[in-house]
Ligand binder design. Structure first.
Ligand code: GDP
Ligand code: MN
Length: 390
């Protein structure tokens, strides 16, 4: 789960990362008021959307008067901000962050990610910040410094100091960098984060380190024990198809193809998508209905998949261990009738109560196409599909 820049800054500040003073605004008038409240004579107005690359997309502006803050804010509110990282629809701007402008001498990059290979938190840093890490990795890969942290020891001071030296920091900046690194590490670890990124981390004209931008994302599987993080969720920034499915307890990811998939188990769902591709088709979605799927859940899964106009055929693939094929079959029959199905439906069942499941499908009298194996199901789906002309 992603959160907004201002939320990440609040969190990181609590752990000891220096951030500029700022305030949140929900209207242009409030943005102007924030500027006045902050004082000074220059402010940065920043669209709060779950995406980086806002600067290049016109979502960040340095303003020199309260009037300029207000008028720029007025152009941002309600806009769909399209950045390099969003799709063509962009992300809606409903909150702005107004910050006292910083005087920038140098821009550094700092990121913490989970390195699955070493099974450790990895710190990535560069003396050349400001641009996106992907671009940095391409244009200046040698500038990237990486180090992993031993979880039993935590981030030790000498490791942090070494990184600070590598970034060309000196004097009091070294101690500041150590504080920032350890704060980021603790925030990451203590809050079940998946990513912390400060880009740019700047050296100000006065020689101090300040986090000018901040990004955090969290492990959704750990949100149950982080209610204070879970409440930072902003649904306006999510793909509505995916958030609706999430509410229904379904793991759904929308894709570009036309073969709708209803499958139990993430691994089987991945394998099914591979088989569809192998057979020459394109999946419309990833959908895992999970174990113990009741008929009601199957109905909801059908509704979720059918909400995608591109779908021209539905493939149900169930390997029932915890699940029961008869339940799933009942759900398919119920869904078929409830949604007034007009698309072909292919069902492959295997595992617990498979005979009973097949009997229910056959006895329903519905034109459900049954398949014996995963390959058979994928081939049948590809043969029958009728994708919309592009
Ligand atoms: P992003 O484009 O979404 O990553 O948004 P950032 O918060 O990183 O802002 C983009 C750029 O705006 C930064 O890389 C800075 O160059 C610039 N910027 C942001 N805040 C300030 C500021 O306080 N002063 C100045 N001079 N530039 C700023
Ligand atoms: Mn940035």
């Amino acid at each position: 789960m992603d959160i907004h820049e201002y939320q990440a800054k609040e969190i990181l500040a609590r752990f000891g990362v220096p951030v500029p003073r700022g305030g949140l605004a929900y209207s242009p008038e409030q943005a102007g008021y924030r500027a006045r409240e902050l004082g000074g004579n220059a402010w940065v107005v920043k669209a709060q959307v779950h995406s980086g690359g806002r600067g290049a997309a016109g979502g960040v502006k340095l303003c020199r008067s309260e009037a300029e803050v207000q008028s720029f804010a007025a152009t941002l509110f309600g806009k769909q901000l399209v950045t390099k990282q969003t799709d063509a629809n962009g992300k809606g701007v409903y909150r702005l962050w107004v910050e006292g402008a910083s005087d920038i001498a140098r821009e550094l990059y700092l990121g913490l990610v989970l390195d699955r290979k070493s099974e450790r938190i990895m710190i990535v840093a560069s003396a050349h910040g400001g641009m996106e890490i992907e671009d940095l990795a391409e244009s200046d890969p040698d500038s990237l410094r990486r180090m992993t942290v031993d979880p039993a020891v935590g981030l030790s001071e000498y490791q942090a100091r070494e990184l600070a030296f590598q970034l060309g920091l000196s004097g009091g900046q070294i101690a500041q960098m150590v504080t920032i690194l350890r704060a980021c590490y603790r925030a990451y670890r203590d809050l079940d984060a998946m990513m912390v990124e400060i880009n740019p981390l700047v050296v100000t004209g006065a020689g101090d380190l300040v986090a000018l931008d901040a990004k955090m994302s969290f492990d959704t599987n750990a949100l149950f024990r982080r209610p204070e993080i879970a409440e930072l969720r902003d649904r306006s920034q999510e793909d509505p198809r995916e958030s609706r499915a999430g509410d229904l307890g379904l793991a759904y990811v929308g894709l570009d193809g036309d073969i709708g998939c209803i499958i139990n188990g993430a691994g089987l769902a991945m394998a099914t998508m591979d088989m569809i591709k192998l057979a020459g088709g394109e999946p419309a979605n990833f959908l895992d209905i999970g174990g113990g799927a009741s008929p009601e859940r199957v109905v909801r899964a059908f509704q979720t998949v059918l909400a995608d106009q591109k779908v021209s055929v539905i493939l149900v693939n169930i390997f029932a261990g915890i699940n029961r094929c008869d339940w799933v079959a009942e759900g398919v029959v119920q869904a078929y009738r409830e949604v007034g199905m007009t698309l072909p439906v292919i069902v492959r069942l295997a595992g617990t109560n498979v005979e009973e499941g097949r009997r229910i499908l056959a006895a329903s009298g519905l034109p459900i196409i049954s398949a014996d194996t995963l390959a058979d199901a994928a081939e049948k789906a590809v043969a029958i599909r009728q994708p919309l002309a592009a």
